[in-house]
Design a binder for this molecule. Structure first.
Ligand code: LLP
Length: 436
């Protein structure tokens, strides 16, 4: 078991950060202290330059082999969607709300792929009326639904069948999706018959196949195994006379949180080329985390340090309602002090927790950190993906502010939620006041 990387090692491995003697930790060109001074904590900060650089690196590695459809669920802020749309990305959405966000950010519905196991009739109608680019169908039942909705609207729905390839992506059980027991996709063996059936249903134009085997995948092997299976299916379907023009290869590219090696875009491109390159297909990838995770931090302040055995608790003003990943998946996120002096001091092991009334409200256990005192600020790393989007107001904690940095400039992209906003929309009916 490797020891945890120290704050200095974490910063050294991430070129988007630098440590200045006076200003402390900088993300791109902006001292994080300046943002915390202006807005308070907790606060999310996303670096536009990092997102753009990552998009461009992935696009360059793919070199026209596949189109990038950003998985909106990873970070659905309009500014983030706008940024990727300006770079030429399409979107992958899993709800009517995400579709509305993508369109609100300026994306054409034709550049959007709609995935998910439970699209409602209302959502399907909305997507078809907007001219959705593709609907990834996850079951025979859903295929019938899409057909009925499209037919009633006099439309032709472009559909891909999502294959469950029964491949173990080797990730956390809560984020694996391509195993037989998962709720996602259509069993591999059922695809040929359903593909043929789809051609006979009204209102459908079957364009191809989709697959997504899980998230935070750090090895090429599972992709290779899944996409080789898909290639076999494409050949079999074509041999049976079906038209297959598109394959959506899903997302899932992993990043380095702790000791993992992030999946290099060149490796993914190599697998796509080797498995599907010769088949004259329009290919799509749907990354979320890889594009935005490393671009974001969650800034927090130490409320107090509680002396306890076996280790002190460092209690932050951020909590599981802000960043849920450690509580939900035991996820490891780097935590670094923002002050240069603190970042360099000798570390000692502590437990880092939030103030929410749950034992699960913990960011790190037995983590070596330099001495922290009330008011010390820390940055929780790799918080750009599945961070703010998974926040709640549990314990009546307002949603944290969000900031976007670009080079040396920064802008508030969502102010901290106010107390009034916490209960906006709540109605107290007269009978609630009656004593019974
Ligand atoms: N496409 C589909 C159909 C998906 O279900 C997902 C993620 C993606 C693309 C994007 O996957 P990514 O490239 O971001 O790995 N909340 C969890 C992750 C859940 C991912 C769900 N599906 C976490 O914080 O780790």
């Amino acid at each position: 078991m490797h020891p945890d990387p120290s704050p200095a090692e974490l910063i050294a491995a991430r070129p988007q950060f630098s440590l200045h003697a006076m200003d402390g930790l900088l993300l791109e060109g902006v001292p994080l202290n300046a943002i915390a001074d202006a807005l308070g904590t907790p606060c999310w900060v996303y670096a536009a330059g990092v997102m753009r650089a990552r998009y461009r690196a992935l696009a360059a590695a793919l070199d026209g082999l596949a189109r990038i459809h950003y998985a909106v669920k990873a970070n659905d802020h309009l500014a983030v969607l706008r940024l990727f749309s300006a770079l030429g990305a399409g979107a992958d959405v899993v709800s009517g709300g995400e579709l509305a966000r993508a369109r609100r950010a300026g994306m054409a519905a034709g550049d959007v792929i709609f995935s998910g196991v439970g699209k409602t009739v209302a959502e399907l109608r909305e997507a078809l009326a907007a001219g959705i680019g593709q609907i990834n169908v996850e079951s025979a039942e859903e295929l019938a639904m899409v057909s009925a909705v499209a037919d009633a609207m006099g439309r032709e729905a472009p559909v891909a069948l999502r294959v469950n390839p029964d491949i173990d992506a080797g990730t956390h059980p809560k984020i694996t999706t391509g195993l037989r027991g998962n709720k996602f996709g259509i069993p591999f063996d059922d695809i040929p018959a359903l593909y043929a059936h789809a051609a006979r249903l009204p209102g459908l134009r079957t364009v191809g196949l989709a697959v997504h085997i899980g998230s935070q995948i750090t090895e090429a092997g599972p992709y290779r195994a899944a996409l080789d299976r898909i290639a076999g299916l494409v050949r079999a379907l074509r041999a049976a006379g079906e038209r297959v023009t598109r394959v959506d290869c899903g997302g899932g590219l992993g990043i380095a949180y702790r000791h993992e090696t992030a999946l290099a875009p060149a490796l993914l491109a190599g697998v796509l080329r080797a498995s599907l390159g010769g088949l004259d297909l329009d290919l799509v990838v749907e990354p979320g985390r890889w594009l935005v995770g490393p671009a974001g931090v969650l800034l927090a302040s130490v409320v107090l340090v509680k002396n306890a055995a076996p280790r002190p608790f460092v209690v932050l003003d951020a909590a599981m309602n802000d960043l849920l990943r450690p509580a939900l998946y035991d996820a490891w996120h780097g935590i670094v002090p923002i002050s240069a002096a603190a970042a360099r001091a000798a570390p000692m092991p502590v437990d880092v927790v939030g103030p929410v009334c749950e034992s699960g409200d913990s960011f790190a256990t037995n983590r070596p950190l330099p001495p922290l005192v009330p008011g010390s600020r820390v940055a929780i790393l790799e918080a750009g993906a599945y961070g703010a989007v998974m926040s709640s107001t549990y314990n009546a904690r307002p949603l944290a502010a969000e900031v976007m940095i670009d080079g040396a400039q920064w802008a508030v992209i969502r102010p901290r939620q106010t107390r009034d906003e916490l209960w906006r929309g709540e109605v107290v009916p007269p009978f609630a006041e009656a004593s019974g």
